[in-house]
Design a protein around this ligand. Structure first.
Ligand code: ZN
Length: 410
């Protein structure tokens, strides 16, 4: 459904600055090619609120479409990811002196990777995730998980179980929620008086600076910056008291939130970042339109390279099928016209087709078997790990194409 009001403040004036065309939701991997399926496509358009400056999609796909059809994303799949979640848990336990009586709730807990690290630190944990297959997986590895969306029904479920969180985490999930008010009301209701709400999400500034337009897809409704968050939390009598920058997902912010006038002193960093955002004009519509022009230029460059390789008779395949890669493939019209296939290590995706394309996903070993010359790395933020995993391919003369932030051959 197309939205009429800003998701954070309700304002009506939303300025369109980037149109990535229509595509199938990036996590819908089907067992038949897109051209033979009846899969729906939806607009992928980015707007900025004139009032609170939140950058967001102007279209919401229902959560049922996005998350409850064998959701294929598993948060524990990369080494870098696993390391990140381990450090996340360790640092939070240490900083806030969490003990065995404290409970951490993770919103959109996925297979429980973050929570398993909290559990290792001897803290109580509870996951909440709407994807049934994923929630089951978390349960089998010993992470208690409520299979539900994070809405007001959760308040009663937790009360009945006598669960009162000292910490609530939402990593790369806050941007997925359409009903922000509903979710923050839940956070406000369940968080202990001295509790901490921690969100982590890709940072708008990094997205703009790094031309990371591929992180824009239907599951990511909002592209967070601190200015709109500050105003949003105030409305719910919550306040930001600290912010950290993280390298993961091309550059993320970790935002620490508490009840208004809470026990934690507000770091001077918060004000500084708010001032920086103003100075760098990341919410200026002209700046955002310049970004959109760079996105068009990028598409031209990538297509030109793929056409040249095709003309030279080279065989190209893509490596990795992350959600972000699907935006890139769809927006740049990359399909069987340029690629032989796509490879993946995730068993949930192998033998399926990339959304919006007829590109089949197969195992990494096919790169060598089928004499591929160039491998386009779609999860380019994990390029070092992927290239070292594919040493044999490289030793045999294979080359890599890194699509972003600049089209590069390695
Ligand atoms: Zn707004």
């Amino acid at each position: 459904m197309k939205i009429k009001n800003c998701r954070f403040c309700g304002h009506k004036k939303l300025n369109l600055f980037l149109d990535l065309g229509y595509c199938q939701p990036a996590d819908q991997f089907l067992s038949i090619p897109f051209s033979k399926s009846n899969a729906q496509i939806y607009p992928l358009e980015v707007v900025k609120c004139d009032n609170c400056h939140l950058v967001q999609l102007n279209y919401t796909c229902s959560g049922k479409i996005l998350y409850q059809q064998d959701y294929p994303y598993e948060s524990d799949i990369t080494k870098q990811g696993r390391k990140h979640w381990k450090e996340f848990a360790k640092s939070v336990v240490k900083r806030f002196a969490l003990g065995s009586d404290d409970l951490v709730i993770d919103i959109g807990s996925n297979v429980g990777e973050l929570l398993s690290n909290f559990k290792n630190e001897k803290v109580k944990v509870q996951g909440i995730d709407p994807a049934e297959n994923i929630a089951k997986k978390a349960e089998t590895r010993g992470i208690p998980t409520i299979n539900a969306f994070f809405n007001k029904t959760i308040i009663n479920i937790l009360k009945k179980k006598n669960l009162h969180p000292k910490v609530i985490t939402g990593t790369n999930v806050f941007a997925h929620i359409d009903d922000i008010s509903g979710s923050l009301n839940v956070v406000k209701a369940i968080l202990l008086p001295d509790g901490i709400f921690i969100i982590e999400a890709p940072y708008l500034k990094n997205l703009l600076d790094g031309l990371e337009y591929d992180t824009i897809y239907h599951e990511h409704l909002c592209y967070l910056s601190v200015t709109p968050l500050e105003a949003l939390f105030k409305k719910f009598e919550l306040e930001i008291f600290d912010i950290d920058f993280q390298k993961i997902h091309g550059g993320s912010i970790r935002v620490f939130v508490q009840h208004t006038n809470g026990v934690h002193k507000r770091s001077p960093k918060v004000q500084k970042i708010l001032e920086e955002e103003e100075k760098q004009k990341i919410h200026d519509i002209n700046y955002l339109k310049e970004f959109a022009e760079k996105v068009v230029d990028h598409k031209v460059q990538l297509i030109t390279l793929l056409k040249t390789l095709k003309r030279e008779g080279k065989k190209v395949a893509a490596v990795g099928a992350p959600a972000k890669g699907m935006t890139l493939l769809n927006y740049c019209d990359i399909n069987k016209n340029f690629l032989e296939f796509v490879t993946e290590v995730s068993k949930l995706k192998i033998n399926k087709y990339c959304p919006g394309t007829d590109l089949k996903i197969i195992g990494d070993n096919e790169l060598i078997k089928q004499n591929i010359d160039y491998a386009l790395i779609l999860p380019w933020n994990f390029k070092d790990e992927i290239m070292s995993n594919l040493k044999e391919f490289r030793d045999g003369g294979g080359k890599f194409i890194i699509p972003l932030p600049k089209v590069t051959i390695l």
